[in-house]
Design a protein around this ligand. Sequence first.
Ligand code: AVJ
Length: 367
Amino acid sequence: MTARTPTTAPTGTAIPPTATTVSGSGPAPSASEPDTGSRLTLDRHLRAEDRAVALARDVLTGLTAAPRELPPKWFYDATGGMLFEEITRLPEYYPTRRERAILDRHAGDIAAACPADTLIELGSGSSAKTRLLLDALRDVGSLKRFVAFDVDETTLAKAGHGLLDAYPDLSVHAVVGDFERHLSYLPSGGRRLTAFLGGTLGNLRPAARREFLLTLREQASTDDALLLGTDLVKSPDRLVAAYDDGAGVTAAFNRNVLSVINRELGADFDVRGFAHIALWNAAENWIEMRLRAVRDQQVTINALALTIDFQRGEDLLTEISAKFTPNGISAELAEAGWATAQRWTDPEGDFAVTLATPSSVPTGAPV
Ligand code: AVJ
């Protein structure tokens, strides 16, 4: 594995990395361990200390805002990652199964439509869905490189090593970064298919979605393509149930952000002092996950020298998950300079996977 570390203060303006190389299987050695014959490269645009600073900033601004809000990225520590994996197996949470079914059936069509030599996944690349796309691109004979982009280096390195073993002719390039800040560091060259799966685009508000899609568009060459997984609007009962399952796994996933803040910022949240709320916001076409204070309570966050008074019944917004219509997806893509080439949905019409190609210029006025 080639490990590259930007030598900057955690302000997000990374300076081009220095490189060392490490190869093959076995535990991922630290960046300082030189090695040869690499098929796995790792660019690090986020270091542990950047994460701590970003968490402190988001908690300070989010918990002092009115209404209070935290970005959903802070759910995903090791516990949060495991809880999310569990969520994907819940009967109520259909998106992962629906998307998987679509890729099972249409990965070959996707590879035929865009026989890319490079598959870029905005996400760790550990999922079975990734392998469906890699297999399809390998089978059309175009695949040479896989690029995985994620905030969590450990998951990336683990997934990367797994893929090296499974695909002997593949080079893997892992990029540790935040997709709202480091997309411009995605490796260029070749014909690239960029996959953003799972419905994670729905965690962004419209303006942030437009910024995200525009940034990808600005880096796209004419024969590149974007593959987008998005959950579709459906009955509010089914949507709310998917975010408030009977077993309480999503409730634990939601409360986990309080444990992350307690551990990493020395706070004293009583996790049981907050109820899990999932509601459908029909005006915005998104699900909201909230934590509602079940009594008046004061929380101290030592690392920020901050004390917050929560009133009984007060909500803290922890995630939005937007749901789309097929035309709505195409309109947002077009506004950012992407033309809808093909779209596939599952037989139930619950989820959509859209293949988009660069159109001449972005069409939309700011959202
Ligand atoms: C991983 C962001 C797509 O919004 O559906 C699952 C996260 N939140 N249950 C989603 C999530 C609650 C999920 N995404």
